[in-house]
Design a binder for this molecule. Structure first.
Ligand code: ZN
Length: 500
């Protein structure tokens, strides 16, 4: 075997360890009895250590170097070149950080999580502030070791959105913010929608049956996946042929499971849609968290909350919950699932206000990292921005700057991926409907195959061949932009709220 194939074989073995970790984690969250927690933590730690050691081992580095030498003359767009580029990125990132720093981060985030839980219970930022300062300090060290050209935040962002720079995010967000703030203001002035219909009594088993029928129709392959219950909905992959999703049911809030299921299905379709010829290679993977989120948001919001979708499926929903929705017109139901209301909690935010929550966090993180926002002043700065963007002020820290788990895990630079994915979902959908005139009429008949086929070709099959920015240009013909998203929101929500 030549160096390249030996490298691929070694990485495939590491991949099998990683998917085994995923199986154990899935079991932990879905079926493991509480008593299993201690041993499971040990099992996961050992496997995690094995995987990490196999990857950062000198043997991997030497094979990688040799394969790079052998492939020096290969075409820049060839799979060999693109594979080696992806592996080089992963390898450098995994080996640039000293073991002592990695260990210190593991310790600090484990403790940090406990501190955050208590601080949030007490709704007291001051209890959490020293932890945040310490984790920011560690993140600054991470940035220095990983290296960056312009700003330290670039290095952190790059961990989740490869190749993306802080200024790229700023460009997209700056373009979006004024239009979004204006739309939120206009919608707030219109008569509010009554969504109490969604809080009626919806039998959980009927929710499951309806949700699974919908996602099968969309294209989720139950031969290569399954859905279970978990406290937090997620999608996990044990390889392209076994991609699982979870959901949670709320008897008195229909969108929780229904929209959550469609969201996780969007993630799963991406994972099930990697090119079969890339199986067990580093190309069989997602381009980035942002691209992943573009898939979940596209199916959840642009499809699952569209009028075309409910025109076809609302009668089925009424039949599924016999009697519960009989007095509710499709128009009233459609408007209810698209209610917009500025609120304090990000994870409960609607389609229109969601990105403003993210922009706020992005600005807080940049400010804390470069020192322009003192950690002790975070609540004040947070609340001022909430007032600016959404016109509301959180009553306390728990409903404000302490609501998210991310900072306790040292995950600075992660938040922007949520908004980038949301913005990208509209850009991709717009281009798909331009490329294939059959997609819109198909959606109006409740058929999703032509849209899924476009996504398979442009987004899923490329896997990790391209950096997210390259993928976006290849798929849509232009860099990431927010005017498609703004246009989509304005068209849809001005109609929903009856304003022009
Ligand atoms: Zn998601």
């Amino acid at each position: 075997m030549d160096n390249y194939n030996m490298l691929i074989a070694r990485l495939a073995e590491i991949g099998h360890v990683n998917t085994s970790i995923a199986v154990l984690s899935w079991d932990q969250q879905c079926y493991m009895p509480p008593g299993g927690a201690h041993e499971r933590a040990e099992q996961l730690a050992v496997l995690g250590k094995i995987s990490h050691e196999m990857f950062v081992d000198e043997a991997t580095g030497k094979l990688l170097e040799a394969a790079e030498r052998d492939a020096a003359g290969a075409a820049p767009e060839s799979d060999v070149t693109l594979t080696l580029r992806a592996v080089r990125r992963d390898y450098d990132r995994a080996t640039k950080l000293p073991t002592s720093l990695v260990a210190e981060i593991a310790r600090a985030t484990t403790l940090g999580h406990e501190v955050w839980v208590k601080a949030r219970e007490a709704s007291d930022w001051n209890q959490f502030a020293p932890t945040v300062s310490h984790l920011l300090d560690l993140s600054r060290q991470v940035a220095e070791y990983l290296g960056y050209e312009d700003r330290a935040y670039d290095a952190l962002l790059d961990q989740y959105e490869p190749g993306m720079k802080t200024r790229d995010v700023e460009r997209v967000f700056d373009e979006l913010r004024p239009g979004l703030v204006a739309l939120v203001r206009d919608l707030a002035a219109a008569p509010q929608i009554d969504d109490s219909v969604l809080r009626r009594d919806f039998d959980e088993e009927q929710q499951r049956i309806f949700g699974e029928a919908i996602i099968a129709k969309i294209g989720y392959d139950f031969t290569n996946g399954r859905q279970d219950r978990a406290v937090h909905p997620f999608c996990t992959s044990f390889g392209r042929n076994d991609v699982r999703i979870t959901t949670r049911y709320d008897r008195n809030w229909l969108p929780s499971a229904l929209m959550g299921t469609i969201h996780e299905t969007g993630h799963a379709l991406y994972e099930q849609g990697f090119d079969p010829k890339d199986d067990f290679t580093p190309l069989s993977g997602a381009a980035s968290l942002g691209v992943h989120e573009s898939q979940s948001r596209l199916w959840e919001n642009i499809i699952g909350r569209s009028r075309a979708f409910w025109n076809v499926y609302y009668q089925d929903l009424q039949r599924q919950f016999s009697g519960v929705l009989d007095d509710i017109s499709i128009d009233a139901f459609y408007r209810a699932v698209n209610k917009v209301e500025p609120s304090f909690i990000r994870v409960e935010a609607d389609e229109v206000t969601y990105c403003l929550h993210i922009m706020l966090r992005f600005e807080m993180e940049k400010g804390m990292l470069d020192g322009s926002i003192a950690v002790k002043d975070v609540p004040e700065a947070w609340n001022a921005k909430m007032q600016d963007y959404l016109g509301i002020t959180p009553p306390n820290d728990a409903e404000g700057c302490l609501q998210d788990v991310h900072w306790s895990g040292g995950m600075f630079g992660y938040f922007p991926t949520y908004a980038l994915g949301t913005i990208l979902s509209a850009q991709l959908f717009e281009k798909a409907t331009q490329d294939n005139a059959q997609i819109v009429p198909d959606l109006e008949r409740g058929e999703f195959g032509s849209l899924l086929a476009w996504l398979r070709e442009k987004v899923h099959h490329p896997g990790r061949r391209y950096l997210p920015a390259e993928l976006v240009v290849r798929a849509t013909g232009e860099p990431a932009q927010s005017h498609s998203y703004l246009k989509y929101l304005n068209t849809k929500f001005r109609e929903v709220y009856g304003i022009c």
